[in-house]
Ligand binder design. Sequence first.
Ligand code: NAP
Length: 305
Amino acid sequence: MYDIIIIGAGAAGLTAGIYAGRGGMKTLIIEKTFAGGQAATTYEVDNYPGFDETVSGAELAMKFEKHAKKFGAKIISEDVKEIDVDAKVKKVITSKGSYESKTLILALGATPRELGLANEKKLRGMGVSYCATCDGAFYRDRVTAVVGGGDTAVEDALFLSRFCPKVYVIHRRDELRAAQVLQEAAFKNDKIEFIWDSVVEEIIGKDGVEAIRIKNVKDNSEKTLSVEGIFVAVGIVPHTDLVKGKIALSEQGYVETDDTMQTSKPGVFAAGDCREKILRQVITAASDGATAAYATERYINENGV
Ligand code: NAP
């Protein structure tokens, strides 16, 4: 019987592991792919406190993993198939076995929705980005494009306009779904140009993005824009299939928590990108993980589990 089982070894899960292990809790972290989560696939991170020299996402992720292990968290590589969140003792069934725990922390992560274009995966980190606040500073003095019409896309465009001489926003309709206040700020920003009713058909470039070919969906006309960066902001997909119907999720499928990371089920906590919140970065994932581990320990003590 574990005190805490953490599902997911991204920044949130590993930080929860650091805090739980350090607090003397018997801790198991289950990860289906590799430790580090989205951070591990981020080319460079230059906004994580303490790393004033840019650090690669992979290196930062390795440090998180090493740190969690140092305090005794056990990390195993298995695919979680089923969880029982209703009983007092929580059960986790994986591809290889089953585990019991007094509490659970769901650090399931999320993935940015892709456009599904041919060159998109190949040029990820080389001009294709899914996070302007993470990567925008690398595009200083370069022309960029943002795809999408939601809050993220418009916020990304505003953020990029601090560094870039020109930012195109390419949206598939002729009106934005972003909040009015963001729309107003973007419309009066000289560096931002909206391209309406348009979709990206092709990302052009060999070792980096050189241009994008876009198509107007109303008249089918096409044009090519020279850009060195394309920021895809067409929503993200939380990895919450495992808990659908078991705990409360927001309309967009994120786990609902209170500010102690407690979900709708007692003893089940959530942390990181799978959680409903406004900023999804390594620092906020780590913060969630720390809070969740602390709240979990308190839950065990207060409920005599
Ligand atoms: P979103 O609200 O789901 O918007 C996604 C945008 O991408 C929409 O404009 C959508 O077009 C477009 N889109 C979706 N699939 C596409 C595709 N395959 N090709 C081209 N365009 C596509 O996602 P989000 O902007 O990331 O926001 C997610 C949630 O976080 C929202 O609830 C948002 O309010 C919240 N958020 C809040 C803040 C804030 O409060 N400051 C900041 C960021 C995000 P359509 O409009 O035509 O559907």
